[in-house]
Design a protein around this ligand. Structure first.
Ligand code: GLU
Length: 470
């Protein structure tokens, strides 16, 4: 049988890392089994579901590369299907109309709480067959079995059972005629032929109710795998307080999607003590049985470490592709300026994020406004003028504009002046970049281009002449 999994977010906000990890596990399971992965947007809560949230979820899925084979399906477009089934269930008694008023339900709830009982619907309208006028509002409730147990084998958590006596008759259609989440999910998973439901553990309590609905519909019950929560590093539920929780925020902060996926797959799943997994490796090795039952703590430091690894090791072209967003964000003109692969080559050993990489490369695209005060103070001395002039003369004569030949202009000046390397190299660095720290000058100057290097050396020579003339 073909394995079919799905991701079914409610579009009430952005795609957060918990949702992304659930989506990843569901996607990996489908890919590992050569199955299909379905995307479904659970937008029945019309007040809380928004188009920007839908767009944000799709964007997050696309950015992480969690490609879906079918969908996105929207629950709001399937109301006729749900309602037709509910009408059939009403007709043959699998469901019933409930006319209980809010007041009655509230009173019941209060009384049950007072008696130390779990609040639940008492089945009043299932028994009560008094006449109601056609315009009297009602909701529809599913007639849950009153005895026996619901058992299922969770692929992550093992055997789980609930007593039917603990479950009340669930509302499956509201008074306003809209079907409810627990019903729609079942119909969708049935219609979409989902074989494995991978979702957050916050849905465990819904599962026995849903299983009863599958059975009442005569639908096959899928397998379930409930993934545990992600906590912050202080052990509380992951939230904004812990830093970024939105997947797209990680893009903005300069993470490679490969790194985020690798980090998320390890957060709750493992294969021996291996930490780094390419996507094809994840697909090959992933299984639900090895997903951890306990909650996992999110660590931004570890994610950074994984990110650093991918920035260093992925093909430079791939990193460059991802760097575009950062460059656009800083309005750096990489179409006419240095090529992005060169930026990656130069900075990849020095950066933990692409954001840092873009920020560090600004002086290769734009003229710097001023020298970094500390660098200026430390490296610009009166004899820097001579050093810069000598380097500039040699730079003008370089025929083959490549790092080694450019570097030689500094080395030769050092030898001529009989000074330490720093006395030449550092003023050149500050003149070219405006700051005191940078990658190797040869490669930087190669990428910046001869004209710009000469212009910056000139600019600094004039500046220093004026400074030391005073
Ligand atoms: N829409 C639900 C949520 O976003 C998921 C339901 C499910 O996966 O069954 O929490």
């Amino acid at each position: 049988m073909e394995v079919r999994t799905r991701f079914a977010p409610s579009p009430t906000g952005y795609l957060h890392v918990g949702g992304a990890r659930t989506a990843l596990y569901s996607w990996l399971y489908a890919r590992h089994n050569n199955g299909k992965f379905v995307l479904r947007i659970e937008d029945t809560d019309r007040e809380r579901s928004t188009q920007p949230a839908i767009d944000a979820i799709l964007e997050g899925m696309q950015w992480t590369g969690l490609s879906w084979d079918e969908g996105p399906f929207y629950q709001t477009k399937r109301f006729d299907r749900y309602n037709a089934l509910i009408d059939e269930m009403l007709a043959d008694g699998r469901a019933y109309k409930c006319y209980c008023t809010k007041e009655r339900l509230e009173g019941l709830r209060e009384e049950q709480m007072k008696n130390g009982e779990k609040p639940r619907y008492d089945g009043h309208c299932c028994e009560d067959h008094s006449e109601h006028s056609p315009d009297e509002p009602y909701c529809v409730r599913f007639k849950n079995p009153t005895s026996g147990k619901v058992k299922f084998h969770d692929l992550i958590r093992g055997d789980i059972e609930f007593d039917n006596s603990e479950l009340d008759d669930l509302v499956i259609r509201r008074t306003d005629g809209t079907p409810t989440y627990n019903f729609c999910v079942v119909v969708d998973d049935w219609d979409m032929k989902i074989t494995h439901v991978v979702r957050g553990e916050d849905h465990i309590n819904n599962t026995p109710r849903q299983i009863n609905i599958y059975k009442a519909l005569g639908a096959p019950v899928p397998e379930f795998a409930h993934v545990s929560m992600i906590l912050g590093d202080d052990g509380t539920k992951l939230s904004k307080r812990h830093g970024a929780v939105s997947v797209m925020q990680y893009r903005d902060d300069g993470y490679m999607p490969e790194a985020l996926l690798n980090y998320l797959v390890r957060l709750g799943w493992g294969h021996g003590d291996q930490e780094l997994f390419t996507v094809p490796e994840m697909i090959e090795l992933f299984n639900l049985e090895d997903v951890s039952k306990s909650a996992s703590a999110f660590s931004t430091d570890k994610l950074k470490w994984v990110n650093e690894h991918y920035i260093r090791t992925l093909p430079e072209e791939r990193v460059a592709e991802e760097l575009k967003w950062q460059m656009d964000n800083l309005k750096l003109d990489y179409v006419n300026g240095p090529k992005l692969v060169d930026i990656v080559k130069i900075f990849k050993e020095r950066c933990k994020t692409l954001k840092e990489m873009a920020e560090q490369s600004v002086y290769l695209y734009n003229e710097y406004d001023a020298y970094e005060p500390n660098a200026e103070k430390k490296w610009f001395k009166e004899n820097s003028i001579e050093a810069l002039e000598k380097v500039k003369d040699k730079v003008l004569k370089v025929e083959n504009w490549v790092a080694a030949d450019i570097h030689k202009t500094i080395e030769d000046t050092v030898n001529e002046m009989q000074v330490g390397f720093g006395k030449v190299g550092m003023p050149v660095r500050v003149a070219i970049t405006g700051c005191g720290q940078s990658p190797d000058m040869g490669i930087l100057m190669e990428v910046l281009g001869k004209d710009k290097c000469v212009a910056r050396l000139d600019r600094t020579i004039s500046y220093l002449k004026e400074k030391f003339a005073k």
